[in-house]
Design a protein around this ligand. Sequence first.
Ligand code: 8YV
Length: 331
Amino acid sequence: PAPRPAVLVARAIFPEVLDKLRQHFEVSDNEHDEDWSAQELIARLQGKAGVLTTGSQRIDAALLQACPQLRIVANMAVGFNNFDVAAMTEAGVVGTNTPDVLTETTADFGFALLLAAARRVTESEHFLRAGRWDRWAYDLFAGQDVHGSTLGILGMGRIGQGIALRGAHGFGMRVIYHNRSRLDPAIEAQCRATYVSKEALLRQADHLVLVLPYTPENHHLIGAAELALMKPTATLVNIARGGIVDDAALAHALRERRIAAAGLDVFEGEPRVHPDLLTVPNVVLTPHIASATRATRLAMAHLAADNLIAFLTQGRALTPVNAPPRLRVAR
Ligand code: 8YV
């Protein structure tokens, strides 16, 4: 029989998913979830036909050239801004992501951050834990209403639509959105969402949720000028990617109360967080956990593994993000 392909699981992962991969491949893993440098990753990829990785490991032309046997990179994430897609396509390497399985969980979390920021949940909890709650007061942590307000969504893909559905049908919100392209009218009707320009979105939203992919064009899409267009009572939520928001400008706008509050799950240069964000009170900060329920992370891991299995045993990935005209051949 032909030797089994070798794959690398580059981050620690569910044992049952490793076991499944071991049924098909010679598997090397990262049991202790070490933070490998690009050089270490390249060293460990030698002789490997596939890799299961996450958004924190960059797949670029230099890596592809240094790993000539690599044929597929399976990201355990829907976002794939860690891929140089053009370089992968050029090299004949397939990239895959994990769409759909995390949509509802991530949309739920968008609302968790929106509600927590608008209603000042963590800020008031810190106050209580510090032993400072000694009386009722008419304006104690008075925040902004969510129900019946205007929900703005920037990026109306699967997760954006999940947020829109929750807002329109659960909270009676008026939904406006901006996207690269307008949605099909049937989907707009289902989400009760109206397409507006980016400027109108910024001006009209009471709560603005960012759910768009991070591309070079989207770097600092929300900076000082955009924040200045927003209502002073507005909330900004980022569950997309750090880098889409200029974190220094946001911290400044929050401190000056140019906007009321923010909820952030992603940061420029994470896991480091801009020090100014750590000291402003009106921001809810979470460590990139929007997809983190056990069930969803397990589904993501299985889908990433199934992509490796489908591609390396049958030549067809399940959820590819590119379609190289000439695939690398096994050697
Ligand atoms: C991942 C995410 O957990 O899917 C994405 O794009 O941001 C998260 O669900 C994270 O990127 C780790 O890969």
